[in-house]
Design a protein around this ligand. Structure first.
Ligand code: G6P
Length: 360
């Protein structure tokens, strides 16, 4: 069952492996009998009727929001801002004329996000909650809900909820584009199917990823994650996963920012994880990898088939360039998992963290 580990040593590993099935379930749940997108018409109207989207979230859900912004802006041509819930409360930005708020929350119970929801509802604004728990507080108090269908997520470090959030956001973005009459080449349901197959292929390559964890992360004190464009956001999530469960100090940053500070931290043997899944920035990220290697770093490049080079540590299958985060995060999840195991950490219940933080 969903709340038992079965043959798995940890919930986190089980939940990583469930991801392709979760994506396939989302495709089914959001597809009508003619293979078109099926989405609550009220949500469609709300997306069409508002002039700007404000995504509010915390932690991993915030990282899904950063990718969601790319989907909604690129596909639906609606401007999007993404805010960490706690900061939004102190520094509310100047809002557009007709703002729509999207709360992304696995649990639907996060207090920081709830505080923003209460505040914006008082001001009379509309809210959509994207959550794994439809009866949750954030779902009940919002005007609309989209369900993640990921099944219970037990491990503190979020994995399948993150990929589910991005899948639902991709579907939402295309639905909005269609509602606005925009012509798109991109069919999210079939592209998500391809991504699910790619994710499944990766969960069969655990030994290789365990080797990477052992080689790069068994004794290090720190680790950097670099990427450009959408790969940058996946790097932020990769760094969060690693610090949450292995306690290695990890930082994700944009490749172009290296020279503006972080490169000062590179020493002999510092592990630097780099993603190369985007054709338009492949040349530049490869340049960053050379820069850190020249200063003694130990770069570990994870690239996408078609953009790969001989020296890359790991290659993910080819998927649509917008959906690479669903696939490229899987090696990061597994590398973090094995790094934590090798360092004797409690993978499912890391110190000082809670699955759902219901205090501000
Ligand atoms: C906690 C969890 C994180 C999660 C964050 C937001 O800090 O440990 O894994 O990303 O809350 O949770 P939510 O349920 O709102 O997505």
């Amino acid at each position: 069952s969903d709340i038992e580990k079965g043959t798995y040593p940890h919930f986190m590993l089980k939940e990583i492996d469930e991801q392709p099935f979760v994506i396939r379930r989302i495709i089914q749940e959001y597809q009508d009998e003619n293979d078109n997108i099926k989405l609550d018409p009220e949500v469609r109207e709300a997306m069409k009727d508002h002039d700007r989207v404000y995504i509010i979230a915390c932690g991993t859900s915030y990282h899904a929001g950063l990718v969601g912004k790319q989907f909604i802006e690129k596909l639906a041509q609606v401007p999007v801002e993404v805010h960490v819930a706690s900061e939004f409360s102190y520094n509310m930005p100047l809002l557009s004329e007709k703002p729509l708020f999207i709360f992304i929350s696995q649990s639907g119970e996060t207090a920081d996000s709830r505080a923003v929801l209460v505040e914006i509802k008082q001001k009379g604004y509309k809210a959509l909650t994207i959550t794994n728990v439809p009866g949750s507080t954030l779902s009940r108090e919002a005007d609309y809900t989209l369900h993640l269908h990921a099944g219970p997520e037990i491990a503190v470090a979020s994995t399948k909820a993150y990929t589910a959030q991005m899948a639902v956001l991709a579907i939402l973005a295309v639905d909005t584009a269609q509602a606005k009459g925009l012509q798109l080449e991109f069919n999210p349901l079939s592209e998500l199917g391809i991504a699910a197959n790619a994710m499944e292929a990766l969960t069969d390559q655990k030994e290789q990823l365990e080797d990477i964890a052992r080689t790069y992360l068994s004794t290090t004190r720190n680790c950097f994650f670099i990427g450009r464009s959408i790969d940058y956001y996946v790097g932020l999530e990769g760094a969060l996963k690693l610090k949450e469960i292995s306690y290695i100090q990890a930082e994700g940053f944009a490749g172009g920012e290296l020279k503006h500070g972080t490169i000062a931290l590179i020493e002999e043997g510092t592990p630097v994880m780099a993603l190369a899944t985007q054709e338009n920035v492949n040349y530049s990220i490869r340049g960053n990898v050379k820069e850190v290697a020249a200063r003694g770093a130990n770069p570990c490049v994870i690239s996408m088939k078609g953009l790969d080079q001989e020296s890359d540590a790991f290659v993910i299958p080819h998927v649509h360039e917008l959906l690479t985060p669903l696939v490229s995060v899987v090696p990061y999840q597994l590398i973090s998992y094995y790094a934590a195991l090798h360092r004797d950490c409690d993978v499912d219940k890391p110190r000082n963290l809670a699955k759902s933080v219901t205090v501000e």
